[in-house]
Design a protein around this ligand. Sequence first.
Ligand SMILES: Cc1ncc(COP(=O)(O)O)c(C=O)c1O
Length: 383
Amino acid sequence: MSKHKRTALIQAGIAKDAAHKSIIPPIYLSSTFEIDGIGQHLPYEYSRTKNPSRDDLAHAITALEGGLGTCITSSGMAALSLIIHLLNPEDLLIAPFDCYGRSYRLLCALSEKGHFKLKFIDQYDANEVARVFKDTPPKMVLIESPSNPVMRIADIADISAKAKACGAITVCDNTFLSPMLQQPLELGASIVFHSTTKFLNGHSDVIGGCVTTNNQDILTDLEFWANSLGLIGAPFDAYLTLRGMRTLELRITRAQENAMQIATMLDAHPNISTVYYPALPSHPNHEIAKKQQSGFGAMLSFDVVGTIKDVKKFVDALDIFSLAQSLGGTESLINHPATMTHVSMGEEARAKAGVSDQLLRLSVGVEHIDDLLDDLTNALKAL
Ligand SMILES: Cc1ncc(COP(=O)(O)O)c(C=O)c1O
């Protein structure tokens, strides 16, 4: 029976405990398992290689993303590190010029050490994508859509088809939307990954990641590297993440309703010059977002009119929105990318990516919308 995503998540691992018939799956913290005799093997022997609690989470994410299998990692950065271990030194990785600052830093640092070749391009221009793929055929293409923090939308189906035509695989960072709102594997990507720290766990109390693929050869390679490098997530974190994911659909639905109202209010405000939220018809990639997403998500950014001093006054005047690095929790957060998440990109790359000193990013939570609107409106009076 094929279930709706919400039902599948709420039912994941429920009432499957053979030992005591517990409704909620138990947590297996044991690092090792007893083997019956020399030469005999069990599904679970050593928790770096395979662990039942990590597998419960992996099965739920695989079903949500429509993949063949999932590796659970210790963070989103560990997920990206795992994926780029598929590359050889002569392979070219093409990445977006405006990706998450710490992804940008990791890719630059590893390519400088000779792990692979790297090119950042403007993936939002179909002609540029076609030209670059023809001139310098890649082995792997990384997409981050929507991009962090300027919310650009890459055409996943178009880029994946062009990548496939030159023998490359497409990898999509689906952190900002979650599998509830976007299915990159269905759109043609071969690998999808998340910082589960964000919407999947959803309660800002776990650092984690996951990598899902629909290709058996890729899955075998990913499992080899996850085990060999020890990039795996902890069983307790896997348990918490699966618990958080049970309410993913409820949380993201409410949070994106809130985000829409906030974007509309900010868009009409004289002290805000630009709002970056793909639901707005004025967003340059609005049509692609409508085509490939089933919702616009709970992340948005905006430029404040004024100087960095004005930006500080506005942030200091907020009461409900907390200034913090992360996103995707039930609570609303605000981030100043230029000095926080994207500081390691450097000034030049930030300017190119559109990350100005006046840019602020919101992770909209599930609080009552009236309180969120009041908080922002009051703080805007400080400008
Ligand atoms: C889009 C995106 N990808 C990856 C990551 C890295 O995830 P983590 O912090 O769990 O390592 C982040 C973190 O903010 C992110 O926003």
